[in-house]
Structure formats: structure tokens, C-alpha cells
Design a protein. Structure first.
Lengths: 488, 320
């Protein structure tokens, strides 16, 4: 016991008492925030797409596209103004700001005035009055051959930002069986944003024109175009109140369970790697020999597993404390402002899910930790270890694919079957928990997982013993499988 | 209390059907410094591992302080394995404290002893340095301290001198003698026969997995045929005169003299050889009975082909 404790303590301190450990703790939320913000950042950092539309149908469709894009942009800015003022000054201030903004029903002439009245200050820049994703410019030429130099960047067009290359040229031609044919020219063959935007505008235009031809008044047309089904999702799960609508708080546990499964996977993968590198270092540095003269195999094995487990619990404790604190704080702040968000934040911390996470982490960690320790005991260098790690890494990666699809299909037969595979149970059963899997499945898969864990730890201890004494190495594993292959 | 720190009886061990240790029996008496010698692959490490209960023998028994090796017995053993290393990122003092605490020394006492031993080994300035910042020899001294910091009754050192410079080898010899004078039992293996010859009062020699000798250094030296180096001008009747005493081998021939080595037969006496030569009127220019060394005993007991990895300083001709 004493030896296990001291080995665990040394192992724990060797990670925790380093700058790298604390930097990695800070790095995780930072990288998570960057990951979350990345789509928006990419969108914002994308240069404005300057395109032109040449209408060969004589129907004035180029002007339709221009007007529609301007109207869309106005609606987007108006929506952002309303949301921002409501969040900062309240709903009444938002309505007052909109009243000022709407003095120009077609453009953004009163945006600055509205923002100033609401007291947005520098935050007004985020409304996006200046920067635009797509801007339509007048065509510098009328046929595609003449336009080509503008598309390739050999020549430029005059834009509000200065001289720029043309991103796309859209030529609208008459078509025999369609209202119009959209011919889209661009050197960027993967981005279809401009093409989609023009198509969407023209589709709406032709539908509105068709309705008008059939005698609808503009008011009737507006009401027809505004028709949209209202979806009411009712929670029919056992125990739910009759007629109770599904809220974001109801859905939260499903996302939380999958997020926990990802965190478990990440934690198991990281700490199992820690065990592997630590043992390879001890084996390669001949430290294991000195340890064996002071402690028994099982004491070393238990000490190492316990030390690295303590490292992961430190990670969980810090992230949990920070995350829990932020959620509680956010819940308390939002309780008065938005009860639904407050309920959502409150539902993130389900003690049942956290207990299950603890159980599945313990099993997953012991299985993979023991396997990685056994592999480490066979290797003197990380290069040796990498050749053995391949199959284990793939076994560990496969449940990730299931996790990606599990949110839409928690009842998938394949997912249910996969969650019975003991090496995947910790992650997949964790993700399935909020969908209330049958009790027999939960108990059966967990029992199989516990049995496998005991078996893996026992086998790993035997391999560890052979590896630590240099009676087996990475070549022994290769020879073993070659023998199996030959005898098969 | 058992008279022996370690008793091995009929120990055998095979790996994959290949015998590594065959029916080995010997013991280390308390207070002795025992040299555990043998060429590479002789089975020394496997024997030590069985002695300490790290691996289980196929047959035979090992007793540590009169009992089967257990945790309490192991706490009273200091073991420096041949293949050794320490945590490169740990400080020297912390490494020693860690191993002392593994052996049951309280934390404060472990730190006090670590500092005292670092001072004794000339490493006081390196106490707070990480192992990776130390030279190989300094790191080795930290390993040696780690093996003895818990003041065990029985110290096993596997090749303790390798990697140490002559000054530190001398320091280690002094430490080994100090430990023996304090009543501790020492067992060490080495390829350098000079150390064994100077330090040990008992030798256990293994070859090909078997014990080939077990006795005092004097008994080992007695197994070596005595030799005499002779020299005389060419033409002297050397061969005819000494032939009854043993085998004569010419080592060097020059115009001035021929140098021979005479390996005496069992029971032959160097004084009788000298008397016979004087009586025969041989004009001797050199007559030097050669003192046998442990290296010679090793070669004689193990066999020339297996003794090649013993790195004793074979005395040069000019020294014999």
C-alpha cells in the first residue's frame, strides 16, 4: 500500500507540478472557445464577394436581384439592432431604436442615428452596417469573354473598398422551359453562396409575379408568402406532463451526455497516453529495474494507475468547478431576464449523469490505462510503442464515429449493438443514457464491461511483469501474432 | 536470527525451455563481503531476481534473513541493479528521498539522510539539481545512495563500479568497507577483478548458469597454477633443468636473453626451481615468482573462452 501510494504520488506530482499541466488546463477552454467561434471567424474573415449580374432577358432581373439583396441586408441589420438594444437596454429601448431606423423603409440611412439613440456606442460597429458579405457591382463588360480578365484578376472593378477582382459574373438568359437560365461564372468553383443567393431571389420573384398575375393584391401576396407551419413539439416520454412542450432544457441532457462522452474519450485517450509515455520513459531509462527492487509488480501497476487517475480527476475537478460555477452564475443572472435560458443552464448539471460519467470513466480508464501500461512495459522507445499502438488507437477511435451520429439516432440498432462492445461501452452507453435505454441493456453491457475490465487488468499485469523484467518486448508481440497467423 | 542474510538452495530457472540457472546453492553469511562473479549470461541477474522474490524459481528455495523473501525482508535490502536509471526530471535529493520512503523511512528522516549522504559522496551542491543536469558518474552516485539510504542490513550491488572514474571507484570501495565495518552484509558483482580481490572475503563464481566456485579469495587463488618468470642468455640449459617442475613457454627472445614463463605443476615449489637452476649453473638474469590474481582464478575456473568479458588489468610482462 505504502509503495503504491508513493508511486502514485510521484506520478501525480510529475504531471501536476509542471507548468505544462496548468497551461494545458487553460488551453482546453481557450481552444474550445476558438473551436466554437471558428465558423463565425472564418465567415467574418472572408473577403467581400463582388459580383455582377447581366440580364439578357430584358425583364430587369438584375435590378430585382440588386433590390432584393439590399432589402435582405437591411432586414439583417435591423434584426441585429433589435437584438443588441434589447440585450443591452431592454425591449422598450429596442422598439424606440427600430422606430428611428424605420424612418428609411428601404435603406440604412438612419442606422447610426438609431444606434446613437440607444446608446450603443462602439458596439454599434458590430451591427455590420459597413462590412458586407456580397456586393453587386455594375458589369464592366457585357459578354463573358470580355469579363474573363475581371474574373481572373487581370483587370479590376471599382468597388467601395477600391479596385478589386470580380468574384463572379451571373448571366441571366431566356430559357425554353424555365423562367430564366442562371449562368454562373467564377474562378472559385467550390463557393456557391452568390449563385444560391441569386437563385433564391429570382425564385421568390417569379413566384410573386405568378401570384400577382393570378390577381392577388400586394397585401394578399404578403400574407401568402408569410404562410409557415407552426411546430409544437410535445414531450411524450413516460413521466412527462400531458401536453408539455419540449424545451431546450429537456433536450440539454442529450447534448450534455454526448459532450460528456466526448470528454470521457478525450480524458481516457490523454491519460492512457500519459501512462504509456511514463512507462516507456521508465523502461528506456532503466528506472523500472530500480523500482522493482523496492516494490512489487502489482504495487507499481496500482501506483501508476492511481497517480494518473488522480491527474484526470484534478482536471475534471477544475473544469467542473469552473464550468459549474459559470453555469450557476449564469443561471442566477439569467433567472430574472430569461427563465428559459436559466432552466437550460440548470439542466446542464444532472447528478445522475455525472455519477454515470464517473463510473464509465473509471472502467474506460482502467481498461485503456492497463492496455497502454502493458504496451509501455514492452517498449524501450516511443517508436517501439507506436507500432503496437495502431490497433488500440483504431479501437479507441471507432466509437467517435458513432458519437457523431448518436444525437439523431440514439435508437439505432447499430449504436445499441456497438454499445455492448466492452471497450466502447464507456462512451456509447454514456451517450445513450438520456434516451433511457432498457434496464437489461444497461446492466448487461455494464456487467460485460466490468468483467472485461477485470480480464484486461489481469492480462495487462501479466504482460507488464514480463515486459518489466525484459522477458518480453515489442518483438514478442509481433512473433506471437505471426505464429497465430502461421498456425491459422 | 539466521546466520545468513541470503541462502539459496537448489535454485533453477528456465526461460522458454532454455535453462538460465541450474541447481544453484550458496549463501551469504552476515557481515561478509561476497563477490558474485561470472561472465555475461552466467545467470547472475536471474539468480539475484529469484533471491529477492522478483521472479519465482522453477525449483529450489531462496531465504532472505532466514525466511522466504517478503516485504519486510525486502525493506531491509538495498539493491542496485545492473540496468539502472533514475527519473531525469527529478532533483537528486528528491530521488533519494523517494526511494528511502519506498523502503519505509519517514519523510523527514529520509531527507536528513539524503543530505548527509550527498555530502559524503561529494554531491552537496547537486542536491537541488535535476538528474538530467548531472554527469553520468554523478547520477550513478545518486543511484548508489538511493540503494543504501534506508540503512539496510543486506546490500546487493550489481556492477556498482561501472561508470565511475578512479577517484569515485576508490570512494565507493571506502563506502563498501564502511558498510561492512558497520556489520552489514554486502554482495556485489563486478567484472573488475581488482575490486573483488581487494574487497571480498568470499567469492561465488557462476558460469553457464551453474555455480563453479564458492569459497574464500585465498581458496580461489589456490586453484591457479603458480608461475615463475625466468630469463637467461641464449644457450643456457633452461628447458632441461626446469622440465621436471612444469611447463615452460618462451615469451621473448633477444640476442641478450630469452624470457620464459614456467607454469608449475601441482606441488612444485618455486624455491626448488631456483635451487635446481643454481645447481645446474644456469646464468639467471631474472627469477620472479608471479603472485596469482583473481583474474587468473576466474580464467582457470570459468575457462578462457567465457572469461573474455572480464576486464581485469592483466599484468603486463614488465610487471610480473
Amino acid at each position: 500500500m505504502r509503495a503504491s501510494y508513493l508511486i502514485a504520488r510521484r506520478e501525480y506530482l510529475s504531471y501536476v507540478a509542471t507548468w505544462g499541466f496548468w497551461l494545458s488546463i487553460l488551453a482546453v477552454p481557450i481552444f474550445a472557445a476558438i473551436g466554437g467561434a471558428l465558423p463565425g471567424l472564418i465567415q467574418d474573415s472572408q473577403p467581400t464577394r463582388y459580383f455582377t449580374v447581366i440580364d439578357e432577358t430584358g425583364q430587369g432581373l438584375d435590378q430585382v436581384v440588386r433590390d432584393s439583396l439590399e432589402a435582405q441586408r437591411r432586414d439583417e441589420v435591423r434584426g441585429r439592432l433589435e437584438a443588441m438594444v434589447a440585450a443591452m437596454r431592454g425591449d422598450a429601448a429596442a422598439q424606440e431604436a427600430l422606430a428611428v431606423f424605420d424612418q428609411d423603409p428601404d435603406g440604412l440611412r438612419y442606422l447610426d442615428e438609431a444606434a446613437a439613440q440607444a446608446g450603443l456606442g462602439e458596439a454599434a460597429a458590430a451591427l455590420g452596417g459597413e462590412r458586407r458579405e456580397r456586393v453587386m457591382v455594375d458589369p464592366p463588360a457585357r459578354d463573358i469573354e470580355a469579363l474573363r480578365p475581371y474574373l481572373t484578376g487581370a483587370r479590376t472593378v471599382d468597388t467601395p473598398e477600391g479596385e478589386r477582382a470580380l468574384f463572379a459574373a451571373v448571366i441571366l438568359r431566356p430559357a425554353p422551359e424555365a423562367p430564366v437560365q442562371i449562368e454562373y461564372h467564377s474562378t472559385n468553383i467550390t463557393s456557391d453562396g452568390v449563385s444560391d443567393a441569386v437563385r433564391s431571389v429570382l425564385r421568390t420573384h417569379f413566384r410573386e409575379a405568378a401570384f400577382m398575375e393570378r390577381g392577388l393584391t400586394p397585401e394578399e401576396l404578403e400574407s401568402v408568402m408569410a404562410l409557415n407551419p407552426v411546430v409544437v413539439e410535445i414531450d411524450a416520454r413516460p413521466g412527462a406532463q400531458a401536453g408539455a412542450e419540449v424545451t431546450r432544457a429537456d433536450r440539454a441532457p442529450f447534448f450534455v451526455a454526448i459532450a460528456i462522452a466526448f470528454v470521457l474519450w478525450l480524458a481516457v485517450f490523454s491519460v492512457a497516453n500519459m501512462l504509456l509515455t511514463s512507462l516507456v520513459e521508465e523502461k528506456g531509462g532503466k528506472i523500472i529495474e530500480l523500482l522493482l527492487s523496492t516494490a512489487r509488480f502489482h504495487e507499481i501497476l496500482i501506483g501508476k494507475l492511481a497517480g494518473v487517475a488522480a491527474v484526470s480527476f484534478t482536471l475534471f475537478a477544475i473544469w467542473g468547478a469552473v464550468g459549474g460555477g459559470l453555469a450557476l452564475l449564469g443561471g442566477a443572472v439569467m433567472a430574472g431576464m430569461n427563465p428559459e435560458i436559466a432552466a437550460l443552464l440548470g439542466s446542464l448539471f444532472d447528478p445522475g449523469l455525472l455519477l454515470a460519467a464517473l463510473f464509465f470513466f473509471a472502467a474506460g480508464y482502467l481498461m485503456y490505462g492497463a492496455i497502454f501500461l502493458a504496451m509501455g512495459s514492452l517498449c524501450d522507445t516511443l517508436q517501439d510503442a507506436q507500432t503496437l499502438m495502431g490497433p488500440v488507437i483504431w479501437t479507441l477511435l471507432l466509437p467517435m464515429f458513432f458519437l457523431f451520429f448518436s444525437i439523431e439516432a440514439t435508437d439505432s440498432v447499430l449504436l445499441r449493438a456497438a454499445s455492448w462492445f466492452p471497450l466502447w461501452t464507456p462512451f456509447l452507453m454514456m451517450a445513450r443514457l438520456p434516451s433511457d435505454p432498457p434496464l437489461w441493456e444497461l446492466v448487461g453491457a455494464s456487467a460485460l464491461m466490468i468483467f472485461t475490465t477485470v480480464l484486461v487488468v489481469w492480462g495487462a499485469a501479466a504482460v507488464f511483469r514480463q515486459g518489466a523484467l525484459r522477458q518480453a518486448d515489442a518483438d514478442s508481440v509481433r512473433r506471437f501474432f505471426r505464429l497465430k497467423k502461421n498456425s491459422a | 536470527m539466521s546466520e545468513y542474510a541470503l541462502e539459496l538452495e537448489g535454485l533453477s530457472k528456465s526461460f522458454g525451455g532454455k535453462p538460465a540457472v541450474k541447481n544453484v546453492t550458496w549463501s551469504a553469511r552476515r557481515g561478509d563481503i561476497t563477490g558474485f562473479l561470472g561472465p555475461n549470461g552466467a545467470g547472475k541477474t536471474t539468480t539475484l531476481r529469484m533471491a529477492l522474490g522478483v521472479i519465482t524459481p522453477d525449483s529450489g528455495t531462496a531465504r532472505l534473513f532466514g525466511k522466504a523473501p517478503d516485504a519486510a525482508g525486502m525493506d531491509n535490502v538495498g539493491f542496485l541493479p545492473e540496468e539502472r536509471g533514475v527519473y531525469r526530471k527529478m532533483r537528486a535529493e528528491d530521488v533519494i528521498v523517494f526511494f528511502a520512503r519506498l523502503k519505509g523511512v519517514p519523510a523527514d528522516e529520509a531527507r536528513r539522510r539524503a543530505r548527509a549522504l550527498l555530502e559524503r559522496f561529494g554531491l552537496a551542491d547537486a542536491a537541488r539539481k535535476k538528474i538530467k543536469e548531472l554527469s553520468k558518474g554523478m547520477a550513478q552516485k545518486v543511484q548508489i545512495i538511493s540503494a543504501i539510504v534506508h540503512e539496510p542490513d543486506f546490500i546487493i550491488l550489481d556492477e556498482p563500479f561501472s561508470g565511475l572514474d578512479p577517484v569515485n571507484q576508490q570512494l565507493l570501495e571506502d563506502i563498501i568497507r564502511e558498510q561492512a565495518e558497520a556489520g552489514r552484509t554486502l554482495l556485489f558483482s563486478t567484472h573488475v577483478m581488482e575490486h573483488a580481490e581487494r574487497l571480498c572475503n568470499r567469492i561465488v563464481l557462476m558460469a553457464r548458469g551453474e555455480k563453479v566456485f564458492d569459497g574464500s579469495v585465498e581458496q580461489a587463488l589456490a586453484r591457479v597454477p603458480r608461475q615463475v618468470v625466468l630469463a637467461a642468455p641464449p644457450g643456457e640449459p633452461m628447458a632441461a633443468t626446469v622440465a621436471p617442475f612444469g611447463d615452460l613457454e618462451a615469451l621473448e627472445e633477444s640476442e641478450a636473453e630469452t624470457v620464459w614463463r614456467l607454469t608449475l605443476k601441482s606441488g612444485a615449489d618455486a624455491q626448488a626451481v631456483l635451487r635446481a637452476l643454481v645447481e645446474a649453473g644456469v646464468k639467471l638474469t631474472r627469477f620472479e615468482p608471479r603472485r596469482p590474481h583473481l583474474h587468473d582464478a576466474f580464467v582457470a575456473l570459468v575457462g578462457d573462452e567465457r572469461a573474455g568479458d572480464v576486464t581485469d588489468r592483466q599484468p603486463a610482462l614488465s610487471e610480473v
